[in-house]
Every structure is written in structure tokens, then in C-alpha cells.
Ligand binder design. Structure first.
Ligand SMILES: [Zn+2]
Length: 280
């Protein structure tokens, strides 16, 4: 164990890593955001993708990108936010969305968009599906990469059929915190998407996710924290970007690779998805 920690520390000093998905704009970081990002940089991170949730996050994300170098943001309506919004609120938010992609420090991708039947009432799929479809069309029109949130029973079948029917933006994108089966990995890869993995991979009993990690092509595999949510086992309850190394280490063990390789490939893939944002 000790040699692994030493190895991880060594690799961290060598690194220039990017957190593929996080919410550093979240209010839980208001008290100590500078220190959190400083810790991330000390661990070897040089960048992060801030994923959008609702109009409330969009302004905060844009402001944060201007404050810390290396951050990129995406704007979107998260399916769980959609589930709690009225039709008028949804319409207003969708009308405001295109403005996120212009002006100083614009959003470089569309997301989170997608479907959730686990965290919110499955009946809200009636509202989630058209909003997913509408945002997918905006992404195609603006040639923006997408950040998909797909969580819960039945969401992968529904999302795959929608993506195939309507088409993806040429810029591709990612399925964040992938929780689907190993078999479905090939379907997303065939559509040109990347699969991003969060701290669930650290759990010894998460065999379904481990199999998905193994079946993901090396150049399509991303690493993310999704902080402040999804803290790795043994870490503080509030997740933060520096834990990217813990997650990469778990992926490396599953794939019998080094965490340096996992992180470096993920960095390159993220630069490929967001070329305008990460001119590294
Ligand atoms: Zn997220």
C-alpha cells in the first residue's frame, strides 16, 4: 500500500491533469474555494470541466472561469433540475441557454443534459425527454460537445434511441459518471462518445462499473470527480477535485495500468473534446 501511495505522489508531481466533470461553482465551496483549487493544483491538476445544472449555475460558472486559469464550463439544464421546474420556467431557461455560448468566457459545451429516473420521479420523464431533445438540437446547431447525465432504470435505452434518431453534434462529447452496462459501452463509443468514470469505481463491490471500465477503449475513457458529490470511500464527505487521483488510481488497478497513463490519456481526450478551451 505504501509503495502505491508513494507512486501516486510521484505521479501527481509529474502531472498536468484535468477533472473531466465537477461543480466547483457549487455553494458548498463558497467558504474555501481558493484553498480547494490550490490543493487541486498541488496534486497536479491544471484544469477542470465545470458542468452546468440550471440558469442559477450558469452565471457562477462563467465568473469562475474568468477567475481560475484552466477551467472550462458547459451550460445546460440538468434532468433533475428539469423535473422540478414548471413548463414556463423550462421555456424561459431554454430561451436563455444560447446566450451562454457567446460573450466573454463563453460556455464551450452543452450539459448536463439527459435523463434521470433514480434521483427524481420517473414520471417526470415526460418533461425530461423533450428538454433533452431540445438541448441536443442546440448542441448540433452550435457544434458544441455534449455532457450527458444518464442515471436510473431505462434511461440508457431511451437515450440511445433518441441519440440515434436525432443525431449528435460533430463535436461528440461524453457520458458523465457512466453507470450503464459493459455491453452498452460499445453503443456509445460507436456514436463517437467518451465514457467518464467517477468514484463508484473505487468500491470493491461495484462490479458492473468495473466491467464497464474494462470494456471502454483506452482513448475514450475519462476520469472525473463530479465534486462536491460522489466522494471516494475514505475521503471527506464533500468531494473535491484533488480526489481525481484516487479515482484514477482505482481505474488503473482495474485495468492493470498506471494511474499516470489513465490521467494522461483522459487529459488528451478532454483537450480533443474541448479544443478551444484547453489550449495546453
Ligand atoms: Zn454533475
Amino acid at each position: 500500500m505504501l509503495w502505491r501511495q508513494q507512486q501516486l505522489g510521484f505521479e501527481a508531481r509529474m502531472g498536468s491533469y484535468i477533472d473531466g466533470h465537477c461543480h466547483l461553482d457549487d455553494a458548498s465551496f463558497d467558504e474555501d474555494r481558493d484553498a480547494v483549487w490550490e490543493r487541486a493544483r498541488a496534486a497536479g491538476l491544471v484544469g477542470a470541466v465545470l458542468a452546468g445544472v440550471s440558469p442559477e449555475t450558469w452565471g457562477r460558472q462563467r465568473a469562475l472561469v474568468s477567475r481560475y486559469a484552466g477551467l472550462v464550463w458547459t451550460a445546460g439544464l440538468h434532468p433533475c433540475a428539469v423535473a422540478g421546474m414548471s413548463p414556463v420556467q423550462i421555456r424561459t431557461a431554454l430561451d436563455a441557454l444560447p446566450a451562454c455560448f457567446v460573450g466573454p468566457n463563453p460556455a464551450r459545451g452543452l450539459g448536463e443534459l439527459g435523463l434521470d429516473t433514480r434521483l427524481v420521479e420517473p414520471a417526470s420523464l415526460d418533461r425530461q425527454l423533450p428538454v433533452f431533445r431540445h438541448q441536443l438540437a442546440i448542441a448540433r446547431d452550435h457544434a458544441l460537445p455534449i455532457v450527458l447525465h444518464l442515471n436510473g432504470r431505462g434511461v440508457h435505452a431511451a437515450a440511445l434511441s433518441l441519440l440515434r434518431a436525432d443525431g449528435l453534434p460533430n463535436a461528440g462529447g461524453m457520458v458523465h459518471a457512466y453507470s450503464g452496462s459493459a455491453e452498452l459501452v460499445a453503443e456509445y463509443v460507436a456514436l463517437g462518445l467518451h465514457l467518464s468514470f467517477a468514484a463508484t469505481v473505487c468500491r470493491a463491490d461495484a462490479r458492473k462499473v468495473h466491467r464497464a471500465v474494462l470494456s471502454t477503449p483506452a482513448d475514450r475513457l475519462l476520469v472525473e470527480t463530479d465534486c462536491p458529490d460522489q466522494s471516494p470511500p475514505g475521503c471527506a464527505r464533500r468531494n473535491e477535485p484533488q480526489n481525481l487521483l484516487v479515482i484514477a488510481d482505482a481505474i488503473a488497478r482495474i485495468r492493470s495500468e498506471t494511474s499516470l497513463l489513465v490521467l494522461e490519456r483522459s487529459r488528451r481526450a478532454l483537450i480533443g473534446i474541448f479544443p478551444a478551451a484547453f489550449p495546453l
